[in-house]
Design a protein around this ligand. Sequence first.
Ligand code: MCA
Ligand code: AMP
Length: 504
Amino acid sequence: MPNPLYDALFAPLATRDTAFLTLPDSSTISGAAFLRLCQQVAGALVAAGLEPGDRLAVQVEKSPSALALYGGAVIAGVVFLPLNTAYTPDEVAYFLGDAGAKLAICDSRKAEALTPIAARCGSTLMTLDADGTGSFADAMTAATPRATPANRTGRDLAALLYTSGTTGRSKGAMLSQDNLLSNAVVLRDLWRFTERDVLLHALPIFHTHGLFVATNTLLLAGGSMIFLPRPDTDALIRWLPHATSLMGVPTFYTRLLDDPRFTRDLVAHMRLFISGSAPLLAETHEAFEARTGHRILERYGMTETSMNTSNPYDGERRAGTVGFPLPGVELKITDPETGETLPQGQIGVIEVRGPNVFMGYWQMPEKTAAELRENGFFITGDLGQIDADGYLTIVGRQKDLIIAGGYNIYPKEIELELDEAPGVRESAVIGVPHPDLGEGVLGVIVPEPGASPDTGAILAALGQRLARFKIPRALEIVDELPRNTMGKVQKNALRDRFKDRFKP
Ligand code: MCA
Ligand code: AMP
């Protein structure tokens, strides 16, 4: 039965007895063994009563079994919904409820907190730990492996990935099999991935970057991955000599450059370094080339669209730009007010259309209509400019968004919490330059008259509710927030005032 994503990415593993994954202890998992793991997952999903189109929510540490959950979901035709391991139970509750997840799989140490939440959302809860144990692992052993993939078309949903929203509520981006597969085909060809490639994989696997850009592309190319649980610089340096390529967020590259062991000799054999998810500073690009002789290839994408643009493989990889639209992707710069296409060279909103563009937000027709035009163009909310040679530069964001270490953080979500804190009249959350993460989250609060808010207690309370990466690295107390004549908080003025807050 057809299942395009399975047929292209997973079926070829059946005859592969060479390594697909190399683990930190140097052990390997062959392609065929990984496929068997995926088939066991699929068997357990079917045994748990999941049918094609049902949602599987997953919040587990990175491991081969965790990756096999994705493969098993594809085989079973189940919609894969990966969640950041940093999310608190409160945050997970929203995703389970909104997606109507039939099954949720979490690490055993989170099971106690998630049990009542899953029950409330009508989801069955099972566990899977990074060492491959847990109630779902037991179910995998007990079930009959499912080798025949569920019948799916390219238009069927493969994944539901949540992105935060400027108004606080996260939106589930519906990604079809075709969305994922078309992007993998383009990236394999453009970046020249082949079966000889060994990708050093140190990204999390709950986002597009580590899950689809990295894994799908390598699966399609027939390559292998050194699969590290964390982006630890020591481990990167230990494993780089065994890799041909690395995909990372800019923090990977700045951390490597800070380490004297990261030398030209260490990476002389490497074929490709790719960066994305957050802006790579031109100075990092240049320092990297000076140190290693390699020019990092920067690309640009989003959860809703997977990858949109890339610097060229052969031509000039231009620092500070994200290159050209990918083959099959149309890109235009429009006027934010009128939606009209702007002349080349002008700054406007980046809009994209192509087989990579998602099918809309899960059960949010209004939000879908506001961002995905009827003619198929998706309004990214990023501001860009195309130079005379066709290179796109991202010059800013229309959306109020902070990107720290490649994670998106929506200030509104944190402001809503801060505004409720004792002694706080109002707040503004901004991103300011951070030497390690690119941007660091800074909270600015105005106290109630006569109050002296306890910033330590406020941050501790926030930590109970929001993932740690969203928690401001510091809180500043001010008498009032700068506002324009319309009464809108001028975040630019705040960003300027506190721009050196995280300077070393
Ligand atoms: C960890 N912390 C962070 C972040 N990561 N704080 C802000 N932003 C972050 N990104 C906090 C932890 O909560 C902890 O706080 C402290 O920093 C140290 O955490 P640790 O786990 O040691 O950090 P790390 O393992 O060194 O990770 C930093 C990292 C990581 C390498 C930047 O966040 C990372 O791998 N980022 C990649 C994210 C990614 O894949 N993004 C793609 C999404 P405390 O000390 O208080 O406990 S975007 C996407 O998919 C689109 C489509 C695209 O274009 O790619
Ligand atoms: P996400 O919602 O996590 O998929 O994040 C997508 C956002 O990350 C985009 O809308 C951009 O703002 C940003 N982004 C991704 N790649 C780059 C890049 N190379 N340079 C600048 N911003 C990027």
